[in-house]
Design a binder for this molecule. Structure first.
Ligand code: ACO
Length: 322
């Protein structure tokens, strides 16, 4: 059979940085409150006229350069976002077009903060069939556009950015144990009103704003995350001891720490970028992967555990050997 191996990774953050001190001038909050509750110090915010597709394109180009590949080598683009440029067409086709790709397929996928894990799993499934050779798996968001900048309970949590991972289908013998080893996806729509956007094309005809019951999300997060990671360990025989890196969705320092602790994952194996990126939803994992790859932490052959949980609720894990 075929395996989906990692060929490259890249990311992009908008230039503008919004610090906690900046936020304290907009709403009744403080650097101390935000850092203590979330671990976030600053986040990047897209400029006027800078869209999700622009961030995605820059991340995609960085990943192609990292892989030493040309756009024409890509025949599948799966782009996870909850903040597309337009209701339709998919943001993925804008990226495809800007890259000059006219073959293969490109589509968006929406699972909120779990989007990147869902996209990795989806791309892996397509690559394994042999129908596609190389996939750009992108997480890209401009959550700043759907925040209520008067709601201190949510506007301090999120940021904008994009990350991209290139997966390539190679025969099992050639993969030599590398690639996506397993993925586990879950959803439970009974929780859909705990984290949602109060607008949409079919309901209000507006874009809407993000609404969240923060405590309810927090209450469910750690249990859901750890369940789906235990599924990944059971499926592969791997464990907290054998993984090299834990790269969780970057929502909140406390959720990340509590999950790692419950699973027995050593703190030095946990990659956290939430302090500088905030929660970039579907973009947070590929952004963190790129940081840890560039600073030399993730090496060829390392076992990397991805995990996310978000609106829906949706949650999932993916285990890959780089
Ligand atoms: N600055 C100062 N005070 C604030 C702020 C703020 N930015 N936001 C809320 N408060 C106040 C509240 O008004 C409340 O005041 P009150 O007691 O006078 O009513 C008080 O702080 C406590 O509010 P809680 O919401 O109970 O605070 P909590 O300790 O739960 O922290 C937080 C809030 C950080 C949102 C937390 O619930 C959390 O991390 N939840 C997880 C949510 C999350 O990460 N979502 C991301 C999307 S989902 C995902 O990606 C997994």
């Amino acid at each position: 059979g075929l395996h989906s191996v990692v060929r490259g990774v890249g990311s992009y953050l908008p230039e503008k940085v919004l610090t906690n001190a900046d936020l304290a001038r907009l709403v009744d909050t403080s650097d101390e409150w935000i850092v203590q509750r979330t671990g976030i110090s600053e986040r990047h915010i897209a400029a006027e006229g800078e869209f999700t597709s622009h961030l995605a394109l820059k991340a995609a180009r960085a990943a192609l350069a990292d892989a030493g590949l040309q756009p024409s080598d890509i025949d599948l683009i799966v782009l996870a976002t909850s903040t597309p440029d337009q209701t339709f067409p998919a943001t993925a086709v804008s990226v495809q077009s800007e890259l000059g790709i006219t073959h293969g397929a490109a589509f968006d996928l929406q699972a909120v903060c779990s989007g990147f894990v869902f996209a990795v799993s989806t791309a892996d499934a397509h690559l394994r069939t042999g129908a596609f050779k190389r996939a750009l798996v992108i997480g890209a968001e401009t959550f700043s556009r759907i925040l209520d900048w008067e709601d201190r309970g949510t506007c301090v949590l999120f940021g904008d950015g994009a990350g991209a991972l290139i997966l390539e289908a190679v025969p099992e013998a050639e993969a030599q144990g590398r690639g996506v080893l397993t993925s586990h996806l879950r959803s439970d729509g009974r929780h859909r009103s705990k984290l949602f956007v109060d607008g949409g094309p079919s309901t209000t005809g507006t874009v809407g704003h993000l609404r969240m019951e923060g405590r309810e999300v927090f209450k469910h997060a750690v249990g859901m995350i750890t369940d789906v990671i235990i599924d990944a360990f059971k499926a592969t025989g791997q464990s907290a001891e054998t993984i090299d890196w834990f790269v969780p969705h970057q929502a909140n320092r406390r959720i990340i720490d509590a999950s790692a602790q419950k699973l027995g994952i050593a703190p030095e194996k946990v990659v956290t970028t939430v302090q500088g990126h905030g929660n970039t939803s579907a973009a947070s994992i590929p952004l963190a992967l790129d940081v840890a790859r560039r600073d030399g932490r993730i090496k060829d052959g390392d076992l990397v555990l991805l995990e996310a949980m978000g609106g829906g609720f949706t949650w999932g894990s993916a285990l890959l050997r780089w």
